[in-house]
Design a protein around this ligand. Structure first.
Ligand code: PLP
Length: 407
């Protein structure tokens, strides 16, 4: 079987040209769409007509032609039949899980997921009668042990935020299939690099806010899945995306469409630079984690999971031990060296850095942070590709020496 190539898959999709033969797609901003004959409208509501059936659009919270173009490209990138774009990554995650789970149901989730996801599962869902057991994503048996009669979903991030632990997606796929569960994978950290659906996952979600858009100027998400699930999400009477309404604006869709052609190039460069910086810091004795270094506990697994030629991703962590030392490091990197910016989020062309335990993972209680190996001094870096690599290496070397991180 030929290896999956997400980059090529995206460009095998029918190209969408704009009005008047524009090489870029048109932005269809209409919130509602007219029908030429009144009898067509009831047929849309009955599901007899729609974007895929005679090209009928109804209302942009349902389907919108421009947002649909982006959805088709992203479905192709992940190798799923279809996709639905959403207003944020959190909307993609919450709508997916609310479509799959009802009151009384149970989720088994990785314990190292984005803080917002953790809060959704730990704080909000229990109020709706949906419970979650959190387990170590590197230990497939712990997922198995947590499955109960009420479990519906196995949830993980391909590479966990912020610890960079790698989930064994093929093993979780087997477990999900054996127990008739749905495996949902958040692939925000590794677009193009890992293709969870090709490894067996049922549903792939992304925060497009990050690497996929790449410019830190939009909030967006996507759910990539088989057609029946996408139709469920968009069902006019029961669909969670349709009824909860986290709709993507067509202007946002257009912006992201314009950035997809260089996503693979960007991911290669993020990964190449992160690898060189991680290797140098590792040689210097700095306590770092990067899934592309043989010293990373899941390096061999990660090497098996990735698509060839896109590297190991742009995320690395430096454990400074304490929060105050982490803040010293970020201060030097931003304000003295101009290496990057102290900011949450990731996937920008410049380097972004944050101290996870007191920021994006602060929703995780301290005892759980300790359990998952999240130190109060962990600095998460999303390595950018601006400036010369040689200068960036000098900057970070000086900074880690100044803060006393060299053993
Ligand atoms: N998934 C991961 C792995 C994230 O890091 C984030 C945000 O940081 C999200 C989901 C949520 O995405 P958004 O901010 O687009 O809602």
């Amino acid at each position: 079987m030929q290896k999956f190539n997400p980059e090529q898959a995206m460009w095998n999709v029918r190209r969408e040209f704009g009005e008047h033969g524009g090489v870029t797609p048109s932005v269809s901003r209409s919130s509602t769409f007219t029908v030429m004959d009144p009898c067509i409208m009831p047929e849309i509501f009955e599901g007899l007509r729609g974007p895929e059936k005679n090209g009928c659009f109804l209302y942009s919270r349902h389907f919108n032609p421009t947002v649909d173009v982006l959805a088709r490209y992203l479905a192709a990138m992940e190798g799923t039949e279809a996709a639905v774009c959403t207003a944020s990554g959190m909307a993609a995650i919450s709508c997916t899980l609310l479509q799959l789970c009802q009151t009384g149901d149970h989720i088994v989730s990785s314990d190292t997921v984005y803080g917002g996801t953790h809060a959704l599962l730990r704080e909000l869902f229990p109020r709706m009668g949906i419970s979650t057991s959190f387990v170590n994503p590197t230990d497939t048996q712990s997922f198995e042990a947590a499955i109960t009669k009420k479990t519906r979903v196995i949830y993980t991030e391909a590479v966990g935020n912020p610890t960079l632990k790698v989930a064994d997606i093929p093993a979780l796929t087997d477990l999900a299939k054996t127990n008739d569960l749905t495996l949902v994978v958040d692939n925000t950290f590794t677009p193009v690099i890992v293709s969870p659906a090709q490894l067996g996952a049922d549903i792939v979600v992304h925060s497009l806010t990050k690497f996929v858009n790449g410019a830190s100027d939009v909030i967006a998400g996507v759910i990539c899945a088989a057609k029946p699930f996408v139709h469920k999400l968009m069902d006019l009477h029961t669909g969670r995306v349709m009824l909860l309404g986290p709709t993507m604006d067509p202007r946002i869709a257009y912006d992201i469409i314009q950035r997809l052609p260089h996503l693979a190039l960007r991911m290669r460069e993020h990964g190449a630079r992160a690898m060189i910086i991680a290797a140098r810091l590792n040689e210097m004795g700095v306590d770092i984690a990067y899934p592309g270094l043989p010293s990373h506990p899941q390096y061999r697994l990660m090497s098996r999971l990735i698509n060839e030629g896109y590297g190991y991703g742009g995320m690395l962590t430096i454990d400074c031990g304490t929060r105050s030392r982490a803040e010293d490091l970020m201060n030097v990197l931003q304000n003295e060296e101009r290496f990057g910016y102290i900011a949450v989020s990731l996937g920008y062309y410049d380097t972004l850095m944050s101290c996870s335990s007191s920021s994006t993972s602060s929703e995780v209680p301290p005892e759980d942070q300790h359990k998952i190996g999240l130190s109060p001094g962990l600095v998460r870096l999303s390595v950018g590709f601006t400036g010369s690599l040689a200068a960036r290496l000098e900057q970070i070397e000086r900074a880690v020496k100044k803060v006393g991180l060299v053993r």
